[in-house]
Design a protein around this ligand. Structure first.
Ligand code: AVI
Length: 319
């Protein structure tokens, strides 16, 4: 009876140790940087869900509208009897749009590192789609190169929405696509959501919302370090800083120190000068040429690119 609880506890301890190492390494580096994945603790994930509802944050609703309009095309291109493999545990409206259109799926395979999220997703989808085979895989989808033997059948169609690929550097994105190609196979395809380059003011507003939710999301990392690593960040002495770097085609996000100060994290002291930043996120923006080039380097080619009337966001079908 105690074994699963113990296993969960050990996983928590391992996660915290990994977080501690990543933070100490990132704060010792120059310039300072902490990987974006650590923004998503329970509070960070809830804040990100709130970001997706903000008036300034157009990507989620724009991508959903594209998928609503194009899910029939996606189903036709995929054909009957394929397995839909989602990168992330898609309990979202977007997943359901595809599941509703792809009537003759052999299986739906969500991949997620969080067993809890996977189980929630799987049980909801089994309830709502009783004829669908839901076969979750608990793994880090950024690393996974193979599905467990016997998972799904037929051609595999990957689904990676949300422009999460934009949070990777160009080289990381290509490496991810190469792994996806291996996992999906030569007959496979990938449905990929990407935010597009546009008026810099529009991009700026999407990451500097007037309600300050994105700032709370960023600064939540300080709260997490205080709680999990016995750090003593004074949150009022740091600010969220997000701007569009047009030369690089990306939003850059930093947590910036508002004054000279010394902070203790996991027993180590770190001195900040006023204006110094901790880099937390890149969010790359794409255009058609860039999408084709990235796809080619990753071992795919572009079959279709669908966008919205204002050309804010794109969904590509890569083969
Ligand atoms: C998850 N990812 C695609 C979001 C983005 O737009 O890059 C993360 C985000 N960070 C601040 N706002 C949204």
């Amino acid at each position: 009876m105690n074994a699963p609880l113990l296993a969960v506890h050990e996983a928590d301890v391992a996660d915290r140790e990994e977080f501690r190492r990543a933070v100490l390494k990132g704060l010792s580096a120059s310039p300072r940087a902490i990987p974006a994945k650590y923004l998503y603790d329970a509070r960070g994930s809830a804040l990100f869900d709130a970001i997706c509802e903000l008036p300034e944050y157009y990507p989620t609703r724009t991508e959903t509208a594209i998928l609503r309009q194009r899910s029939g095309d996606i189903a036709r291109l995929a054909g009957p009897g394929c397995t839909l493999v989602e990168y992330g545990s898609g309990s979202s409206v977007k997943t359901r749009l595809l599941l509703d259109a792809m009537r003759e799926l052999a299986a739906y395979v969500p991949i997620d590192i969080s067993r809890h999220h996977l189980e929630m997703t799987a049980s909801r989808l089994r309830r709502d789609y009783p004829r669908l085979t839901v076969d979750p895989v608990c793994a880090d989808y950024m690393e996974l190169q193979q599905l467990p033997q016997g998972t799904g059948s037929g051609p595999r169609v990957g689904f990676f929405p949300g422009s999460t690929i934009g949070n990777l550097t160009p080289d990381e994105a290509v490496a991810f696509l190469r792994r996806a190609r291996r996992l999906l196979g030569e007959t496979g395809a990938l449905v990929l959501g990407m935010d597009l380059k546009k008026d810099p003011q529009r991009l700026h507003d999407a990451y500097n919302d007037s309600a300050g939710v994105t700032a709370q999301f960023s600064l939540n990392l300080l709260r997490r370090m205080n709680r999990e690593l016995e750090a003593n960040f004074d949150r009022a002495s740091f600010a969220h800083d997000a701007f569009y770097n047009s030369a690089e085609g990306r939003i850059e996000i930093y947590i910036r120190s508002l004054r000279d100060q010394v902070v203790t994290v996991a027993g180590r002291r770190f001195a900040f000068v006023a204006g110094e930043g901790i880099h937390t996120e890149y969010s790359y923006k794409f255009d058609e040429v860039g999408i084709s080039r990235m796809a080619r380097r990753g071992g795919f080619s572009v079959r279709e690119i669908w966008t919205d009337p204002s050309r804010l966001f794109a969904v590509a079908y890569l083969v």
